[in-house]
Write a protein that binds this ligand. Structure first.
Ligand code: TRP
Length: 459
């Protein structure tokens, strides 16, 4: 029997809009603004973008709907929710592995995510001190490399970022997230569009857009496909229980499939606009290449801020919003692990938070070092520590989590329960979703995973 405290009443979002905002807050983060442009840049642009959008539609949206459904059915944190649903459907408890793997993945992502979010914090302070004024590509690159070499500063901001994430979780997520995303997400969007327009004005918009959207067949590669698949999961916060946790607060009278579609659309739009703000500058600035890697956004955008009127304010505002977007994402990375310790081992919320956050901090030091002392230390199949953690999570754990969620909901969960949660979606929509989830998503995920892992380790 599953024990759930009687007095405990699970919170419900105020409305569907709140759910959309919270899920979008989790989804929109460094993945859209920092990661998407740089991995698209390293993997040929258009071909990568096409595969990514393809995976979002055929894998991301169906699996997001499945995750929301699991959360709402279970009405509890991901681990308890899975336990309840498995019990209800009479399945083997082996399926609970999905939620444990998710907790692990969230923790690993948190460890390096807070390091990168720390870079954005440093850039807020640089912007405010006028550090971007009349910056050219070469100087922007030097400034960024100096930051990477400065371990003390990296650790300082990583610590600040983890501290503010912990603070929200300690005080409970609902109110904080609701208020924050209502104001911040639209603001971030407006600022990104302004930047896009300005970068079209001072940069080479045609070259940037054609890099992102023109497709050359020869650019398709299995490695690129694996990254695009992993990124579809990463950017939509799928495969680890974050969306499941948010789905558990979703009111009953909301259509799950349509909502998943809206969140995925908003998330993709933010990524594309970020790409269109960054690449025109990359192509117009000597010394900056699309293949720049993790520094891409931190090198190209300061050049725009340095050239535009009120660049100091725009720059500081932009990196503040990036930090806040990252913040609304890390909340959803930390919460499942904390909830697990609290519910399973009766931890106090505060000590659970401090324990997980300090472990993530320690592990994050490995990522900090990957950009300086350990930059040439690549024992992990030729990857640095940071690249390895990123690979294990985005390219392995999240797709695997998603694969098993699709298989579980498509083939093993009680159909009656599934149908009931989706009763608001029309039967055509339901059938389409169900068939894609059963036959298309798992096969695609598995194929890409097998081929890419084989290519990586045997090829
Ligand atoms: N989606 C976020 C981003 O793109 C990162 C993130 C938050 C995440 N929660 C997650 C990724 C859960 C995977 C799983 O920045």
């Amino acid at each position: 029997m599953v024990r759930v405290p009687r007095i405990y009443k699970h919170a419900i979002w105020g409305s569907r809009t709140t759910f959309i905002l919270a899920a979008t807050g989790s989804a929109v983060g460094l993945g859209n603004i920092w990661k998407f442009p740089y991995i698209a840049g390293e993997n040929g642009g258009g071909a990568f973008v096409l595969m990514y959008v393809f995976f979002v539609c055929l894998i991301g949206i169906p699996i997001m709907a499945a995750e929301i459904l699991l959360g709402r059915r279970g009405r509890a944190n991901p681990i308890t929710a899975m336990k309840k649903i498995i019990h209800e459907s009479g399945n083997s408890s082996i399926w609970r592995l999905i939620s444990w793997a998710g907790v692990l993945a969230g923790f690993l992502i948190l460890s390096y995510y807070s390091v990168i979010a720390g870079w954005a914090l440093e850039y807020v302070s640089t912007a405010l001190q006028g550090g971007f004024t009349d910056l050219d590509g070469g100087a922007a690159k030097i400034a960024f490399n100096n930051l990477l070499a400065d371990k003390a500063t990296l650790v300082k901001w990583q610590t600040v970022f983890l501290a503010i994430t912990t603070l929200v979780i300690i005080f409970g997520v609902n109110k904080g997230i609701e208020v924050a995303v209502r104001i911040l997400m639209p603001l971030l969007f407006i600022l990104l569009i302004t930047l896009m327009v300005y970068s079209a004005y001072i940069g080479d918009f045609a070259a940037g857009a054609s890099f992102l959207f023109s497709f050359r067949f020869s650019d398709l590669s299995f490695q690129g496909a694996a990254l695009a698949l992993g990124h579809a999961f990463f950017t939509l916060s799928l495969g680890m229980g974050a969306i499941m946790a948010y789905g558990s607060y979703m009111p009953h009278k909301t259509s799950i499939i349509k909502t998943a579609f809206i969140v995925a659309l908003l998330d993709t739009l933010v990524a594309l606009v970020a790409g269109l703000a960054i690449f025109p500058i990359v192509f117009a600035t000597p010394g900056i290449e699309p293949t720049e890697g993790p520094g891409l956004m931190f090198i190209s955008l300061p050049v725009v801020f340095g050239a535009m009127p009120f660049g100091l304010i725009f720059g500081a505002a932009f990196f503040t919003l990036v930090t806040l977007a990252a913040w609304s994402s890390t909340i959803s990375l930390l919460e499942p692990a904390v909830a697990y310790l609290v519910e399973r081992f009766h931890f106090h919320r505060l000590s659970a938070n401090l324990l997980i956050a300090s472990m993530a901090w320690l592990l994050g030091l490995g990522s900090v070092m990957s950009f300086n002392d350990w930059a040439d230390f690549k024992p992990f199949f030729g990857m640095t520590f940071f690249e390895f953690i990123d690979f294990i999570t985005a390219s392995v754990l999240l797709p695997l989590g998603g694969l098993f969620i699709a298989i579980y909901v498509g083939w093993f969960m009680s159909l009656k329960a599934v149908r009931k949660e989706l009763s608001l979606d029309s039967s055509v929509l339901f059938k389409t979703w169900f068939n894609v989830l059963r036959y298309v998503s798992p096969v695609l995920v598995l194929a890409v995973l097998v081929v890419s892992l084989y290519g990586k380790f045997a090829g």
